[in-house]
Design a protein around this ligand. Structure first.
Ligand code: NAX
Length: 328
């Protein structure tokens, strides 16, 4: 029998962490028979640790066969010790009226400290998915603080944007979302992101020929870019169920691979592809195999998309500049 997978969720006492935890424990990430040793991490505050203890008892009460053990901690080193799969969710969520840039000063520090702890104690093949916002830049900060880990151990979550795009295309065409392949969201997980349907296919062939350009530019793109804000306005809090689902989808593809003839969007350190300078964490189409991701090469974005891609990159560069003191 395989050894249990060591898996950490930070911010496990928060909304996304809580939702994600029970889905993984139920077998939605590795299958119901693959055992997982959970490390639930959140702030070391007494009230929060008490809540985590309560959550760990709830997990016991589910009697999930896949749960090999649960540790509750406020210490990142204990949380990441030997970890193979890590979800960095813990951070402040964006609230109404707050930009993602406002978040950087509060949340960036967390990813510096956790990057260092991962560097020191995590498995050398760890897969770290950064969910906490601003996700691309927090991931960049964590990478810079973990020089002994390969940068391909890290990715930032752009899967919610990817899934939102597929959901809207399916709705527009009146088809099942499961039919849609090769969606791409370039850039930053922010209002500058570039949802690009140019390569999307369904059973009827290329999607582009089935949807007019005007809808794409004037309705679809703004809707996807502003969906997070729309959810905050309606629910009074940022996305939870769809965010936990996206984290699960992104890690599942990374761990188990992408289907033949398809790809997914992940925020990954650029290798210089598509004119995005090396090292910056940017949304790219990727395929995954044997636990590794590779950026899809050879696509030819049109001039309009290229311009939008560079604008989103400029925002990422600006955020990285603002985070200078956290980079080493
Ligand atoms: P919650 O406020 O419900 O939970 C956050 C948890 O993180 C809290 O329990 C808090 O105590 C904990 N925390 C704070 N600092 C910590 C630290 N240093 N170490 C460990 N834990 C710490 O927020 P929630 O709704 O769960 O959102 C979590 C993060 O996900 C936010 O940054 C949010 O902006 C981000 N999101 C990212 C998305 C993406 O697509 N990349 C979409 C959804 C979400 O907005």
């Amino acid at each position: 029998m395989n050894k249990p997978i060591k898996l950490t969720i930070t911010g496990a006492a928060g909304k996304i962490g809580y939702d994600l935890l029970f889905r993984i424990a139920a077998g939605n990430l590795f299958g119901p028979d693959r055992q997982v040793e959970f490390r639930l991490m959140d702030l070391a505050r007494e009230d929060i640790q008490k809540k985590l203890t309560g959550i760990s008892k709830e997990l016991e009460d589910c009697a999930f066969p896949a749960v090999a053990g649960v540790t509750v901690t406020g210490d990142p080193r204990e949380a990441f010790d030997g970890s193979e799969v890590v979800f960095l969710v813990g951070s402040k969520p964006r609230t109404a009226g707050m930009t993602r840039k406002d978040l950087l000063s509060d949340n960036g520090k967390i990813f510096k400290e956790q990057g260092k702890a991962l560097n020191d104690v995590a498995s050398r093949n760890v897969k770290v998915l950064v969910v906490g916002n601003p996700a691309n830049t927090n991931c960049f900060i964590a990478i810079k603080n973990a020089p002994d880990l390969d940068k391909s151990c890290f990715s930032a979550m752009l899967r919610l944007d990817h899934n939102r795009s597929i959901g809207q295309i399916a709705k527009k065409l009146g088809i099942n979302p499961g039919e849609i392949r090769k969606m791409t969201v370039w850039g930053n997980h922010s209002s500058t992101q570039v949802p690009d349907i140019s390569y999307c296919e369904n059973n009827g062939g290329r999607i582009e020929g089935q949807i007019d350009k005007e809808w794409q530019r004037n309705e679809f793109t703004p809707l996807i870019r502003n969906r997070g804000t729309e959810i905050i306005a309606l629910c009074g809090a940022s996305s939870v169920g769809s965010a936990a689902n996206a984290a699960l989808c992104q890690m599942r593809n990374w761990y188990s691979g992408t289907p033949e003839d398809d790809w997914v969007t992940m925020g990954v350190p650029s290798d210089g592809s598509y004119g995005i300078p090396e090292g910056y964490v940017y949304g790219f189409p990727v395929t995954c195999k044997d636990g590794k991701y590779s950026i899809v090469k050879g696509l030819e974005p049109d001039e309009y998309i290229k311009k939008c891609m560079m604008l989103s990159f400029e925002e990422i560069r600006e955020e990285a500049d603002m985070a200078q003191e956290l980079l080493n």
